[in-house]
Write a protein that binds this ligand. Structure first.
Ligand SMILES: [Zn+2]
Length: 59
């Protein structure tokens, strides 16, 4: 996924999940960019599928 703030691309697993510091009730599902710590909303499964589909088309 791509950070909406600094544009750094990273795997969702690389991001910092469930920060627990932003005050959101329950489990925070935001994914923090490992570079700038901006909170990105998690990518939707449909978007992921679409992206992998586009990659296949290119190569
Ligand atoms: Zn958070």
């Amino acid at each position: 996924m791509k950070c909406g703030y600094c544009g750094h691309e990273f795997a969702e697993e690389e991001g910092i999940r469930g920060c627990g510091k932003c005050g959101k009730p329950g489990r925070c599902s935001m994914v923090r960019c490992p570079k700038c710590f901006y909170e990105n909303p998690p990518e939707l499964k449909m978007v992921k599928r679409l992206k992998s589909f586009l990659k296949k088309e290119k190569s």
